[in-house]
Write a new protein. Sequence first.
Length: 82
Amino acid sequence: MTQPNSQDKNNFLYPRSRYYGKFQPETLAFNANLQEFAQRISYISCLETGGKLSPEEAYEQIKALWKELKNSKKELSIGINK
């Protein structure tokens, strides 16, 4: 049996879906940020459900991630008519 390499491990732990929207560099970057947001929310949710994080701590972490995503959207000018 072969040992998984770090790329296999990263693909398993941090899966990425293909982007199907209209290609623009900023929308592609935002999609990557959105996928990372969703993955991290999933981890936080599982940790809270498993008793490893308090509900308050989970809420604060999710709130911080949401702020990061909103800032990303603003910096990339997503949703602003140009």
